[in-house]
Design a binder for this molecule. Structure first.
Ligand code: SF4
Length: 390
């Protein structure tokens, strides 16, 4: 059985209380001593996707990491680094500044690292399905221990983003973009074959629901989930959030490719039971009636959740901003088995690499093509803007 602990934690800022909660969660799974030796260098990887207050649940709670640092120092580890590289196009320093991570690092005398500015070393991934080589943060590779502290939240490409997905922050910005071209989920899994964390502490002190990963609302979950098996921690976290674990494609592939345990019957839940803390996270959903009013059509055949959720999130954003009429009469096509009806009226947008070669079926109809597997949500917005549709 793979141990995963669940500890209730309604406190969000008192580091003394947070320390007792982290210690309880780690002791339940065997204690720091099962993974860490005195003097080890430790890299802590929070989720700081952008300059968003942790109070929204969009980024890792800095007080939780401060409490973790104090515990690690009391345990006697060596050098501690907090490392993150924010989302494509976002300056990590802005994300650090938003919640005072720079002051925290100064106060605790630990190193604060922007992965985007780190040295990268080429590493091979013999078991990689898409990636056989990848440039990876030198600081991370040289650390003895990696502690992953993702925040539990909904996402615009996956129903939820958790520990496996959080490791995407450690690579070069150019590779982050390429991941979407090459196949996001499998690339994330290949990356984790290289950088799978030693300990994962899922931050559900607040968490985000709705239009995550940055623009949702606080879920106010009040939970910490910890495991030495990131896949098992994600599996339990998904269950707590009311998200079907197999619908998180990178988690499903990680399970299939042996990165950890994704079977609840083989996971020993310690501390609270799932049912005691379960809270169904709201997901952003489209108003079908508004789509009909604007004659916006989505033709889908065999598309995976990556494309479906990315497109829905993009349309949802327009809907929320009252800009849905900007894509009036548009038809989006996605998935490799999509059936194209004759005489589509209005602009056609081919969405995702699966639709790249669907030309003949369009019978001369003009179209735009948004590449990616799935397309990156921000690339989608920019592309539509460039096409003067937004
Ligand atoms: S492009 Fe195709 S394979 Fe890639 S996410 Fe979209 S539907 Fe799935």
């Amino acid at each position: 059985m793979v141990p995963v602990s669940i500890v209730k934690c309604k406190e969000t800022e008192n580091t003394d209380i947070l320390k007792t909660k982290i210690l309880e969660s780690i002791n339940l799974i065997g204690g720091f001593k099962s993974k860490i030796s005195r003097g080890d260098s430790v890299l802590i990887k929070p989720n700081l996707v952008g300059a968003v207050s942790y109070k929204t649940g969009g980024t890792t709670n800095p007080f939780l990491v401060e409490a973790l640092i104090e515990l690690l120092k009391e345990f006697g580890v060596g050098k501690i680094t907090i490392g993150e590289g924010s989302a494509v196009g976002i300056k990590t320093r802005d994300a650090f500044a938003e919640n005072g991570w720079d002051k925290l690092a100064e106060r605790k005398k630990v190193r604060l690292l922007d992965f985007k500015k780190d040295d990268f070393i080429p590493m091979s991934i013999p078991e990689g399905k898409i990636l056989r080589h990848l440039h990876t943060s030198k600081s991370l590779i040289e650390s003895d221990i990696v502690i992953n502290v993702p925040v539990m939240k909904t996402h615009d490409t996956y129903p939820a983003t958790l520990g496996i997905k959080n490791m995407k922050g450690v690579i070069r910005e150019s590779d982050k973009k390429r991941f979407h071209l090459w196949g996001l989920s499998q690339c994330i899994v290949d990356l984790n074959k290289l950088v799978l964390p030693h300990i994962t502490i899922e931050d559900g002190t607040i968490g985000m629901e709705g239009y995550g990963p940055m623009f949702g609302t606080p879920a106010n979950l009040g939970v910490i989930i910890a495991s030495f098996d990131t896949v098992a921690a994600d599996t339990v976290a998904a269950e707590v959030m009311g998200v079907e674990k197999d619908s998180i494609e990178c988690l499903r592939l990680a399970v299939e490719q042996g990165l950890g345990c994704g079977d609840l019957s083989e996971i020993e839940i310690l501390g609270c039971k799932i049912i005691d803390v379960k809270k169904k996270f709201a997901v952003a959903s489209l108003e079908e009636s508004e789509l009909r009013e604007n004659n916006i059509n989505i033709l889908e055949g065999g598309a995976c959740s990556g494309c479906r959720i990315t497109l829905e999130a993009f349309i949802y954003r327009l809907q929320k901003d009252g800009l849905l009429s900007n894509i009036k009469d548009h038809t989006f096509i996605l998935g490799q088995n999509v059936k194209i009806p004759k005489n589509i009226k209005g602009p056609v947008i081919k969405f995702g690499v699966c639709t790249k070669t669907i030309d003949k079926e369009l019978q001369g109809q003009e179209f735009s093509y948004i590449q990616g597997c799935p397309p990156h949500p921000d690339i989608t917005s920019l592309y539509i803007k460039a096409g003067k549709l937004y």
